[in-house]
Structures are given as C-alpha cells and as structure tokens.
Design a protein around this ligand. Structure first.
Ligand SMILES: [Zn+2]
Length: 605
C-alpha cells in the first residue's frame, strides 16, 4: 500500500483558511461575546455569595437562562475555532502560526472556564435555598432543560477555592500545567529516529516507528523497540519535567479544593462512583490470568519461550490480510449497514466528504481521535492508517465516535459533554460490529486466528495495559505529593505496574519502561486517570452489544436515545435504562466472559 494515496481531511467548509477574514471575524466575535458575558455576570452579581432573587423562581430561572444561552453560544463558537485550528496543529506540528493561534484560543477558553467557575460559585449560593433552586428548575425554558447540569454544578461547587484563588489558578494554568502539556506534545511529535530497513537508513517519525511493532519480522520489531526506547532515553529529562509539572499542579489543586484523593475528581468527571470502579476493577483482576494464558500461547506460536514487549503487537500468522483504504471503506460501510441505515449513512458522509486524515507523516501526531466540529455539526477523524486489521478497526472505532456526535445534534453544548465512561460506548460497539463481521467471514482457521489475534491485542491493551496505566498513575500521584520524581522513578513505577498487570505473561526483562514518556493521557491537567474509563467503555460497549444481539432492531431506538443523552445523567442511571446494574460484578463478569470466550477459542486454534 502506498501511503501517498491516503486522504487528508478537508475543513474548508468551516473557514476558508487561518488567514481568512471569516476566521478573524469569528475570533473577534468570540472575544466580544466573552466581554458581554463578563458584563452580564457583573450586572447580575453572579458570583459566590452574590444576589439571589428571593422568593421569585421565575426571576431566578431567567437569570440562570441568561447565562446558559450566552455560554452555550460561546462554547459552540469556541469548539468550532478550536477544532479548526487543531486540525492544522495535529497534522503539522511545525506550523508555528497555527500553534500560536491554538494558544490564543486556549487563553479564550480559560476565560470561559473562569466564567463557569464564577457561575458555579453562585449556583452553590443559590442551592443553599434548595426549595427556591428546585422551583426555578421547574420553570419552562433553558434552566429547566439544563436541570441535570445545574444540579451537578451546584453539587461540585463545594470543591471550589475562593473566587480569587480560582481565577489565579485558571490564569496560571496557561503558563504552568497547560504549557507542560503542550511541551510534551511538541517534544514527542518531533522525535524522529534514523532507522535502517532493507539496507537504507530512513529518518522515521515516532508514530511510524511504533507502527513497526506489528511487523512480521521479529528482528525488525526488536530493533524498532530498542530504537524507540533509545529515543525516549534522550528526551526523558524534559518529559519527566513535564510530567512532574502536570501531576504536581493537579495534586496541589486537589488538596486546596478539598478533594478526598486523586481519584475523587476523575470519578466525578466520569459520573461514576467508587462502588462501580471497585466492582469493575475486581473483575478485571480476575480476568488477568486468562490474558496471561493468551500471552503464553502467543509466545508459543511465535516459537519463543516468553513474550517480549516488542512481540505484543506481532502478527501470528503469515497470512495476515492487508486492506487498502478503499477496501477498508467498503467493509466498514457494508458492516455498518447491517446494524442501521443511520450509522451507514454517517460513515458514508465521513468518507465522501473527506472527514478523515489517514496518512502518517512527519509532524503529524500519532494514534487516532475523532473531534466534533459543532459549527457545521460534523466530525473529523485523525488516524495513521497502515493497512492492518488493527487500523481498520481503529477507523471503525473513530467512526463510532462520529456517530455519537451525530446523535447529539440538537443538544446544547452544555448538554453534550459526555463522561469518558460513556464516551466510548458508540466507538466500541462500532468496532465490535466490524470485528465480528470479519470473524464471521473468515474462510479458514488461519484467517480466524489472525483476526482473533488482532482482537486480543486490543483487548490486552484495554484490559491489561490500561490496568497497568491505572496502577502507574495511582503510584505517581502518591509519590508526587511528597516530592518530584526523577525519570528513573517514573521508569521504575512503570515497570512495577507492568509486572503486576502482565504477570508471568510477559518476559520481565523486556517491558516498556517509557510508556509514561509518550502517552499524552498522563499529561492532561484536566483529565487525570484517562485510563479506567476506557476499560469501562469497552466492557460496557460489549455488554450493550450482547443486548443488541438479543433484541435486534428493537435495540436501536433506545440505543440512539442513550447516545443522545449521555451528557444528561449519571452512568448508573443511563445503564439502568437497559436494565443494567453497573455496581454489580455480575454485569462486568458477563462482558469479561465474552472476551474470555474469544481467548478460549484462540487457545484451541
Ligand atoms: Zn475512543
């Protein structure tokens, strides 16, 4: 496959260019809107301890609605500008003018956040009169439509520092934690490594080097792994400083805001409770030995005594099918069509209207993501397509996210934000559809093996590797609250976490001590523990898929309804609509059982 033929995305329907008048006007509109909202907050004394219209629910509802309407419009505009500029930055980190614009937009986002904090403080004051607050939420209009959001804000207002401290923290985040996060992105995307292949030395971007993890040649995989570790070795000091900066800031703020521990906020963000997390993780722990058996069998298939890190992604059969991009497109469209016309139509638009950026290249970030562009109610998908089944299924995954965005059209920006736990539901389900379709069509055991392998590689990531990331992050927070960690400390904690999760399934001498260096998730100051929600998402998506198999087409309306309202209820409540109790181990065991069945099948092939 020639990677030159892969598509780049097109955002010209959003704005003509970064230099265009339309783009500049939109930025100015954003600034003017922020000024207007600031004035509104001042006029109405919307702040912690500010005026509350006593005994007048309609007046209170109107004041609240005034804020909601303004911030929703601004969030929509900001989301559009941000997605537009990020489309340039994420595919070309050398584009310094786009990077400068992104940081300007971040400053505007900080103003939005500051306004939100101010509003949250006031809603906390309002909620001190619960009867008045609840009565206002019953007055028809925006306040009533955002009742879930408003109650949650009131509840979260107890974790606020004083208004002045919150405002300073927001402003300092630009030159502090967010600057560390950006630096990690720039450093890692610009790492290139001279790598010899077929007698020629090529300068490979790190994403291309990481793609070699799935090459059939074991020597090549080992060399790529070693080259990657050596590359991180050279960048470890700036990256360790970034990680210390981010985790240090988060720890300080957690303490100042009265959070119980480092998990408190991520759990609230995931809209789940500790009981659910514990039920799920205990099922994960029980599921690890099955994965260890899979790793051992894989080692056997590769003719090795123990599996090394660089073999984790190795194909086990020589006949692994490759897909051209047009083939991947056809397969996805056909499979999605068996589920619903709406899903198929959405994917068709994504391919035909160039929503997808598939070509790996220097300066482009690794991995894959899907982002909504609210101004045009479309999505854009970034991936690094290499023709493997893994990349095919990643593409299906990201299209599932785009479908989720589609289901939320018509909701306001404050009704959309979905906790990470449920943000993966549509993507996992879409990915499962494609995996099953390919498995069903597999002609012979060899092909079935190749697909199962790819499926279990993914499953191993979401169940086993993510468990190691969870353990690592917990350990980092624990130590970071006392002092900074050295690069060696991070490496040691990483290896320890990997030993615990991978058990005797992997060769303990060849783990990946630099996983912390390149995974962007660890560097997000606003999103700690960007890991266990993935496991939740996968197991929840699988559980829903099982329900789809039982109920067939009858499943679809409730499913679309679930996706449209993922921003308007807690996880347990949304799950209960399908008769699922996520605090109960039983549900998780059922989903894990579906993966174990696949492992058992793999062991017999
Ligand atoms: Zn996803």
């Amino acid at each position: 496959m020639n990677s030159r033929d892969l598509p780049h995305w097109d955002l010209s329907n959003v704005y003509p260019s970064l230099e265009s008048q339309a783009f500049k006007e939109a930025v100015n509109e954003m600034k003017a809107g922020l000024d207007d909202l600031d004035d509104y907050l001042t006029e109405q004394t919307i702040e912690q301890g500010g005026d509350v219209p006593e005994g007048n629910p309609p007046a209170l509802a109107e004041t609240i609605s005034g804020y909601l309407n303004r911030t929703n419009a601004l969030r929509r505009l900001h989301g559009t500008l941000q997605a537009y500029v990020y489309a340039f930055v994420s595919t070309d980190s050398y584009n310094t003018s786009a990077r400068r614009l992104l940081s300007q937009l971040e400053a505007l986002k900080v103003r939005l956040e500051r306004q939100e904090v101010q509003f949250r403080g006031w809603i906390g004051t309002v909620a001190e009169q619960p009867e008045l607050f609840e009565a206002a939420l019953e007055v028809e209009g925006p306040a009533e439509q955002h009742a879930f959001y408003l109650r949650e804000r009131a509840e979260q207002s107890r974790y606020l520092m004083s208004p002045a401290e919150e405002s300073l923290a927001a402003e300092l985040s630009l030159s502090g934690s967010r600057a560390w996060e950006r630096l990690q992105g720039v450093v890692t995307s610009q790492v290139t490594v001279p790598f010899e292949r077929d007698g020629e030395v090529e300068e490979l971007p790190i994403a291309a080097l990481q793609n070699l993890r799935s090459d059939p040649d074991p020597e090549l995989r080992r060399r790529a792994y070693e080259a990657e570790l050596a590359a991180w070795e050279r960048k470890r000091e700036p990256l360790a400083a970034c990680l210390n900066g981010v985790k240090g800031t988060v720890s300080t703020l957690n303490e100042r805001r009265g959070r119980e521990d480092c998990l408190d906020r991520p759990l609230d963000q995931a809209r789940m409770d500790r009981e659910t997390l514990e039920a799920m993780l205990s099922v994960v722990e029980d599921g690890l030995p099955a994965f260890h058996r899979y790793f051992k069998k894989k080692a056997e298939r590769l003719g090795k005594e123990k599996l090394a890190w660089w073999d984790l992604y190795a194909p086990v059969s020589e006949s692994e099918k490759r897909y051209t991009f047009p083939e991947a497109k056809e397969l996805i469209l056909e499979t999605f069509g068996t589920f619903s016309d709406r899903l198929q139509a959405l994917a068709r638009r994504a391919f035909e209207q160039r929503w997808i950026d598939a070509q790996p290249r220097d300066g482009k970030r690794g991995g894959a993501f899907c982002m909504g562009v609210p101004g045009v109610e479309e999505s854009r998908i970034l991936c690094n397509f290499d023709g493997s089944f893994g990349q095919l299924s990643t593409l299906a995954h990201e299209l599932g996210h785009a479908y989720h965005n589609e289901c939320r059209i018509g909701k306001t920006m404050l009704q959309r934000p979905t906790p990470m736990t449920l943000a993966e539901t549509a993507s996992i389900l879409a990915q499962t559809l494609v995996t099953n379709a390919v498995l069903d069509e597999a002609g012979d055991p060899e092909e079935e093996l190749a697909i199962l392998e790819s499926y279990l590689i993914d499953g191993g990531q979401v169940v086993v590797d993510i468990y190691s990331r969870y353990l690592f992050e917990k350990a980092v927070f624990k130590q970071r609250s006392d002092a900074e960690l050295s690069a060696d400390d991070f490496c040691d904690l990483m290896v320890e976490a990997q030993r615990e999760a991978y058990g005797d399934g992997l060769d303990p001498r060849h783990l990946h001590r630099y996983m912390w260096a390149w995974k962007p998730h660890y560097y997000s100051p606003n999103r700690s523990f960007y890991n266990f929600p993935y496991t939740f998402g996968m197991l929840f998506g699988l559980g829903l898929y099982a329900i789809y198999q039982e109920r067939g087409d009858a499943f679809l309306p409730a499913y679309d309804d679930l996706l449209s309202s993922t921003g308007e209820a807690r996880s347990a409540e949304l799950a209960a609509r399908f008769g699922i109790d996520i605090r109960d181990r039983g549900f998780w065991e059922h989903s894990m059982g579906l993966i174990e069945e696949r492992i058992e099948r793999y062991l017999t092939l």
